[in-house]
Design a protein around this ligand. Structure first.
Ligand SMILES: [Cu+2]
Length: 300
């Protein structure tokens, strides 16, 4: 390790101590805390939920355009740059991809989880559906080579008449394309919470779910007030867990209130997304210590 890296680690360490001392470090997700102690990269920013910043740990999400015309297949282009401003071209695969992109309008309409392609110069591109006007949040979820998992967020403004939708009410049941997905679990803020989804198709439990990106389900949870992005870990690997009807996740919600959940699952060769609103109850004001997790991945 080079001297400057040691120094940087030391300064980050100091900043963490200082942050806790003045009480701004209370929103630690326990699952992220374990990662923060095991590496010197980005220890400070891990005190915050992911996805709230376009720059973190020296990496930036650089959108080619932030103002776009509405359209069904709009090419979204962006780069991830490092602290020197150079585009990142080396990534570590996570859930079989170098980068996962989440796009959702700020009122939680139009959720998309897509996988852009990267050219040799480091520019990522993917067609996205921006057919409805409004402000969209774009999340890039990736692991840079030599760094730790990051989710950076930035906004795209889509021209036209914006018709914001109210948040759908809290409900344990939701439907998508003939599937009913039932959520159980009573999540509390700052505690490790289990969320179990049960999938049924035409009234029968789906017991033949298919692995999608290495898991039976991928879950993205967004805090409705500010679109903080939660990393959610699926429990069990395909082969070691039944292929439905239940898919279980664990995460730690950083605060009480409403979160929108987006569950991707694959059945009969089609990936579908079940959306629901969950209310997280109050819990401890700071995270409970949790045994260090051995998991390296993060769910979507
Ligand atoms: Cu993905």
């Amino acid at each position: 390790m080079k001297a400057w890296q040691k120094l940087a680690g030391f300064v980050l360490g100091l900043a963490v101590v200082f942050g806790v001392a003045v009480g701004i470090g209370t929103a630690v997700g326990a699952d992220r805390g374990a990662a923060a102690t095991s590496t010197e990269h980005g220890a400070v920013s891990d005190e915050l939920p992911a996805g709230l910043m376009s720059t973190q740990s020296g990496y930036s999400l650089d959108l080619a355009e932030t103002r776009m015309d509405a359209g069904k297949n709009v090419p979204l282009r962006f780069r991830i740059t490092d602290s020197s401003g150079a585009p990142v071209t080396q990534y570590v695969d996570s859930h079989e991809k170098q980068l996962h992109l989440i796009v959702v309008r700020r009122d939680m309409v139009g959720f998309q989880h897509v996988h852009p392609v990267r050219d040799g110069a480091g520019t990522w591109s993917v067609p996205v559906d921006l057919s409805r006007a409004g402000d969209y949040r774009v999340f890039a979820d990736f692991v840079p080579a030599g760094g730790q998992a990051l989710t950076l967020g930035a906004d795209v403004h889509v021209a036209g008449r914006y018709d914001p939708q109210p948040l759908p009410p809290v409900a344990s049941k939701t439907t998508v394309d003939g599937y009913t997905v039932t959520l159980s679990g009573s999540p509390k803020a700052n505690e490790a919470s289990m969320l179990t989804f049960s999938v049924s198709h035409d009234g029968k439990p789906a017991t033949d779910l298919q692995p999608y990106l290495g898991a039976y389900g991928h879950l993205v949870a967004l805090r409705t007030s500010d679109l903080a992005y939660l990393h959610v870990h699926p429990m069990g690997e395909p082969g070691a867990t039944p292929a439905g009807p239940e898919i279980t996740f664990h995460t730690t919600f950083p605060s009480s209130g409403n979160y929108r959940l987006f569950l991707d699952f694959k059945h009969q060769n089609v990936v579908r997304t079940a959306e629901s609103t969950v209310s997280v109850a109050g819990g401890p004001t700071s995270p409970k210590p949790e045994a260090p997790s051995t998991e390296s991945g993060h769910g979507h």
